[in-house]
Ligand binder design. Sequence first.
Ligand SMILES: C[S@@+](CC[C@H](N)C(=O)[O-])C[C@H]1O[C@@H](n2cnc3c(N)ncnc32)[C@H](O)[C@@H]1O
Length: 258
Amino acid sequence: MNTDNQNTPHQPSDKQIDFGFQSVPLGQKQNLVNDVFDSVASSYDIMNDLMSGGVHRLWKENLLDWMAPRPSQILADLAGGTGDVSLRFLKRGGKFAHVIDINEQMLAAGKKRKIMNPYSDRLNWMVGDAQLIPLADNSVDRVTIAFGLRNVPDRMAALKQIKRILKPGGRFCCLEFSHVNNKLLSKIYDGWSFNVLPKLGQLVAGDAQSYQYLVESIRKFPSQAELSTMMADAGLVQIKVRSLSGGIAAIHSGWKID
Ligand SMILES: C[S@@+](CC[C@H](N)C(=O)[O-])C[C@H]1O[C@@H](n2cnc3c(N)ncnc32)[C@H](O)[C@@H]1O
């Protein structure tokens, strides 16, 4: 399928938005993001382990600890990529997971993972845009977006859609890179990010630019307080945040009450 999702809502082309450190027309960002994930899809899982030293696994486990899946619950795993979060949700006893991603190549890489096989009848892989989620109103118990919201051009649109698909009493959790406050950690992290990651990307995925985008997009992503405000503006309540690894990542949680 063409990754230019036809369901992408109309976006005014004159508004500028960040794509890493570049400023691009809002309507162009999704295509640029899609190019990044087309390029990295086949090496995505191995790169995640290499870049983070496996720590992304602990962050995802933290996300699941907080969500505490139950056997009655249905998850929408937005920007679900190769299905890592859905897999953990099902392993921990969740009922069913929709893995929704705009990029068919990421989903295809996920479907190929043998580790997914025992859960295939409880998984639905869907091409879809977080800005216009292909699920009915009030239809899921949990929504996650892990390392995805940063890539979505209109984040408020996505947050409003998340509220729309959640059942009343449902919970949204966002796992995303965040901002480090400790000066020493920040220096070490910047050195690793700017000097090592693009080189690692070149070596393993044959693509330094996509990993340069990753590093830059993290720096441009809203702070924990800003994202909390956005979630509240979208109508979610009881917003709470947990910093992970000194703020390198963070989990935001919010609920829909009505
Ligand atoms: C860094 S990956 C995260 C994958 C997975 N959630 C994980 O944690 O391993 C980001 C994903 O966001 C997807 N994405 C980007 N823009 C999107 C959008 N507007 N709607 C849905 N998915 C999107 C990309 O295709 C990519 O698979």
